[in-house]
Design a protein around this ligand. Structure first.
Ligand code: KG4
Ligand code: ZN
Length: 337
């Protein structure tokens, strides 16, 4: 393609209002992320109604800020991409409506993007030479997927969580330890000072050969441990609980990813999603990948969290394939990969 394709991408599926300008799928000209975490913190989690309202308040200013940062105007945009699912319906509708307005007003194509796909594509922005096929572990607050990326837009889902997502387990355990929200980064930090062998929490591998995940049993085991300790007036070493819990999650994520990569003969594993920021997950996965001669990729922390740039990358690859969305595109809260 001779002409550069400039995508304006909008992401409002949860508690981040983000708008990015992405050139040719991999070059980020702007990636403005406005997080609502401080607002939701007081409630111990994301309040959907509050999220929608904040997106509405912020979206226009964030769009303008992204254009200014990229030093372009609406006239320079070739494509508008927006997350249309999965996510909170009211939150999704804010980004979707804004994207439709731009597409209609400027008479340019609209491309609806799957948020989970976005997390995978953050790896294409981080590593400009990365090409499919590869194995991807997507671990976020809402999703835990083991996916073989055969090509752009072509996926084989090997496994997914049967109950809680990995990030959700971190957040719930953090809540039971009264550590605050979101729990993942807090547990990650505390765990560095703890003994990961202090408490033997269960590792759930499910049936032989299964690539699915389950974290609710582990979450209950942590709650039982805390309740029993309190009843017997035993000291609870929060750092040890954090480290032991984290190790139980990470070990299963790592071993299943390695097994899946070997099954598909994949020489690359790419991590994605908020939990891909976890330092123990990165370290143990690196160690096991080195042992198995597999290359490990993961996005920088800012690209692991929800952001518009990853949506812009999917938008570009969908656009050059000829994929377009109609202006009656609706939000799909439970959209599957
Ligand atoms: O991808 P993301 O920003 O939003 C969703 O699409 O869900 O992921 C947010 C999740 C939260 O559950 C948060 O606790 C978790 O990612 N998280 C972490 C870390 N940083 C964020 N979990 C473990 N360790 C971390 N360092
Ligand atoms: Zn996400």
């Amino acid at each position: 393609m001779d002409k550069d394709i400039i995508v304006l991408a909008i992401e409002t599926s949860c508690d981040e209002t983000s708008v990015a300008i992405v050139k040719d799928g991999r070059e980020v000209l702007a990636n403005v992320i406005s997080s609502q975490i401080d607002i939701h913190k007081k409630f111990g989690g994301v309040v959907p109604e509050v999220a929608s309202r904040k997106h509405i308040e912020n979206i226009n200013a964030i769009i303008q800020e992204a254009l200014d940062k990229a030093r372009i105007t609406f006239d320079d945009i070739d494509v508008v991409a927006t997350t249309y699912g999965p996510g909170l319906v009211g939150a999704l509708l804010v980004g979707l409506s804004s994207a439709k307005a731009i597409a209609f007003g400027k008479n340019i194509p609209l491309v609806g993007v799957n948020h989970i796909e976005g997390h995978i594509y953050a790896n294409f922005i981080e590593d400009k030479s990365l090409e499919p096929p590869f194995m991807s572990l997507i671990v976020s607050g809402g999703h835990t997927h083991l996916v073989y990326v055969e090509d752009y837009g072509q996926y084989e889902i090997l496994g997914r969580t049967r109950d809680d997502a990995a990030g959700e387990a971190f957040d719930k355990v953090a809540r039971s330890l009264e550590l605050g929200y979101p729990g993942g980064p807090i547990i990650d930090n505390l765990a560095k000072k703890g003994n990961k062998e202090a408490i033997d929490f269960p590792r759930s591998y499910l049936e032989e050969g299964s690539f699915d995940f389950s974290f609710s049993g582990l979450k209950s085991a942590v709650l039982n441990y805390l309740n029993n300790s309190k009843q017997k007036s035993l000291d609870i070493v929060v750092e040890d609980v954090a480290a032991s819990f984290q190790e139980a999650v990470v070990e299963v994520l790592v071993e299943k990813s390695i097994k899946a990569a070997k099954l598909k003969n994949s020489k690359i594993i790419a991590l994605a999603g908020g939990v891909a920021s976890n330092s123990r997950l990165r370290d143990l996965m690196k160690k096991r990948c080195d042992e198995e001669n597999i290359e490990l990729k993961y996005p920088s922390k800012i690209l692991c969290t929800d952001n518009g740039a990853m949506i812009g990358s999917v938008g570009y690859y969908n656009y050059i394939k000829g994929i377009r969305s109609d202006l009656d595109l609706n939000a799909v809260p439970n959209l599957k990969l």
